[in-house]
Write a protein of this length. Sequence first.
Length: 411
Amino acid sequence: MIHYITSNGIGNAWVANELSRIDAARVPFVLHAMRSPDKLLHGSEWALRMNQQTMVIYPLPALQVILSVLLAPILFRGRFFAALGNALFGQREHLRARVAGIAHLLVACHWARNVRAKYESPAHIHSQWAHSCGTIAMYGAWLLDASFSFTGHATDLFRDRCALEDKIRRAEFIVCISEFHRDFYLEHGARQDQLFVAYCGIDPEWFYPRQVVEVAGSRPYRIVSSGRLVEKKGFSYLVEACRILADRGEAFECIIGGSGELEAELKVRVIELGLGDKVTVTGKTLVQEKIIEFMHGGDVYVLPCVWAADDDVDGLPQMLMEAMACGLPAISTRLVGIPDLIRHEVSGLLVEPNDAVALADAISRLMNDKVLAGRLAEAGRARVIERFNLKNCLEPLIARYRLKLAGVAAG
């Protein structure tokens, strides 16, 4: 059995997509989550069932955790003391990471005790993040004498990094979600044979281009964007770009779909720039079942990702793939894994992050060159189907899992 550990189960759309593919491939797994998701972005029967079956770690039963820690030297013997030595003296980024690592070792003792009691020895333990749940997975695998791997994305590798080089050393393999990530791990001591690229893809069959062509002039040119309303998405630069377009006399409207901590700030900025009749911030989370309708209402999809001040950043946004699969030409930034998806001038347009003028220029270019927009839209959808199809982009990971399961069976 493969044991997954995630932050919030299938509360992330890309985690749900990946696990649905693993399930379809008949790879047996158990899903563990640090916490239950606040909400599900999928409403399918599969998602509801998977959410019900998820083993949730928090909140922790205090007395049981204490008992697990006291029993750990007996249950796990020398492996416990080795893991404890690592938590106390291993290389760490800062004091906060040290304290967090010690705390997560205690959690891992309780988690590993439960896994040991409920299941046979795990064939493998995989973390879907490299920070907190990655620490629990690393120590849990250490205690259970199981192999360990992880997938790193963005905030877990940069803003919330914890014991990263220890995790790289202990991982049997590391899933890279882009070429950027492969290079990043190599710079931090990974071996070539540990690494393989498995994109966080989508199922293109769920998304399709708009079939009905609207009559020219029936509405203004529509820019659409979506995601959590947080700094790393760069929505403030999209609003600034809209002001530049308006000053140039372009006729358009812009809809930003999503909710988040910057909702009020973005709405205020829209009013300050006099864009109340052109830019709408919905303040509503875009659920998976509504994505196609949202994308089909647009003429271009723009996601101007930036590196946030707190070191949060997008690895490779799934929403970009979904927009491109829906037949929209896409504009984004040269950041982290995005160039793996959007090849500039081939499958979309890329601009530098934090540059509203360049963003406005790119939007204006597609707004006024329908031939280019159509070519990029067609090539963008083809790129998603070719490289980011969920049905085949996870094959390297599925193959690894099957080897682990076969090894356990043979043993």
